[in-house]
Design a protein around this ligand. Structure first.
Ligand SMILES: Cc1ncc(COP(=O)(O)O)c(C=O)c1O
Length: 397
């Protein structure tokens, strides 16, 4: 069969393959402790469920407007205007089936073929995939491990900028390393963006998943909001990964272009699900806070379990539901040079299933330290403690 050339440039999320491998291992009767996927095992708040059910009963089962239902666009605009201190209105919001569609639609809207796009690596693999699929050149920038954070590697950003660079992708509160920009880093990055006249995709998928402190958006920097689109999603905050509801938020001219892509791609997001999201935003927030409390307990258990292992160093982030421990010493001690060998051996010996740095963009020359990602959004606190005790024994044997 002849497949179009452009498909050779489309990447994927290789973390799903780890999930399939873990499922196959479990099907043989083995116990698996799932730290590999950023999916959630927590219930969607009942406000959302009831809102969507009522909308079905009310007959909200036809097409919705391409940009989404007006009350949801208004509610998201009000919510984000308050948290981001920026006067967004419904005209700045276009509803999407999840957070992910914003990535490709934003790039299709602002990036010409041959343009260069700076993107985080390690980072969410769909950036690299969509940049290259749409004919751009993906230029990675990195992070540096410091005591309590992964700092943006400004040298790699400055080295990466050429006269063809048109876009920066930023995922503050990052997947996989949970990195968070300091105020100084935000303003330094904003100066670079403005000086080079770049568009910005602000992927804020984890903006509301935080355990201490306050999230501050990059769009609050001077000169950034007018050149940025925010990736907003209900997936994490409302434990709605499978419902598929999110939004692109930004200047009206850009949002209108993205809405035109909606017309071509899916016509509209699911009509009654939008009413579920609206009810979630407007209703009682106690279940949402319960989700954060549960995740905080899991974070503490997972970080403590990993940091108790000789040869593992794990930063304890204030946000997201990922840990990105440095496992260089353990891999060296046990004689593993290859990430996949290490991951598979751990799965077979202990049932602990995780992803590695290799699942988050192409490895860059000069990388010395090795990292793996533990997602704690889909595993309960007792299983975290039990599994990391097994993992400790194996790592230290
Ligand atoms: C950084 C980042 N951006 C976007 C997404 C996509 O989220 P959604 O499930 O809402 O499409 C994810 C999902 O894991 C993510 O980690």
């Amino acid at each position: 069969m002849r497949i179009a050339d452009r498909m050779s440039r489309l990447g994927t999320e290789t973390a799903f393959a780890v999930g399939a491998e873990a499922a196959a291992y479990a099907a043989k009767g083995n116990r698996v402790y799932p730290f590999h996927l950023g999916d959630m095992d927590l219930a969607t708040p009942s406000t959302v469920v009831e809102g969507a059910m009522q909308a079905i009963r009310d007959g909200k089962t036809g097409y919705s407007p391409n940009a989404g239902i007006a009350p949801l666009r208004e509610a998201i605009a009000a919510d984000v205007a308050a948290s981001h201190h920026h006067p967004f209105t419904a005209e700045n919001v276009v509803i999407q089936p999840g957070g992910k569609p914003t990535i490709g639609k934003f790039l299709a809207s602002v990036m010409n073929e041959g343009d260069e796009v700076l993107y985080p690596n390690p980072g969410y693999p769909i950036y690299e995939s969509q940049i290259e699929y749409l004919g751009g050149k993906a230029v990675p920038y990195g992070y540096l491990e410091v005591e309590d954070n992964f700092d943006l590697d400004f040298d790699s950003i400055e080295r990466g900028i050429t006269d063809r660079t048109t876009v920066l992708i930023l995922n503050d509160l990052q997947n996989p390393n949970s990195a968070e920009l300091s105020p100084e880093q935000r303003s330094r990055l904003a100066e670079i963006v403005v000086a080079n006249d770049l568009y910005v995709l602000c992927d804020e998928a984890y903006y509301d998943i935080r355990y201490a402190g306050t999230s501050v958006s990059f769009i609050e920097e001077p000169g950034i909001a007018e050149r940025s689109v925010i990736l907003y999603t209900f997936s994490k905050k409302f434990a709605m990964t499978g419902w598929r509801l999110g939004a692109s938020i930004g200047p009206k001219e850009l949002v209108d272009v993205i809405a035109k892509i909606n017309v071509n791609d899916e016509s509209c997001s699911n009509h009654f699900v939008q009413y579920g999201g609206l009810a979630g935003l407007q209703g009682d927030q106690s279940e949402v806070l319960g989700i954060i409390d549960t995740l905080r307990t899991r974070r503490d258990a997972a970080a403590a379990g990993l940091n108790a292992i000789d040869g593992i160093r794990c930063i304890v982030p204030d946000a997201t539901f990922y840990l990105f421990p440095n496992v260089t010493a353990v891999m060296d001690r046990k004689g593993f040079g290859d990430y996949e060998d290490f991951r598979r051996a751990a799965l077979e010996a202990t049932g602990v299933s995780f992803t590695t740095r290799r699942h988050f963009g192409r490895q860059q020359p000069g990388e010395v330290d090795r990292y793996v990602r533990f997602a704690y959004s889909g595993i309960g606190v007792d299983d975290i403690a039990e599994s990391l005790a097994l993992f400790k024994d194996w790592c230290e044997a």
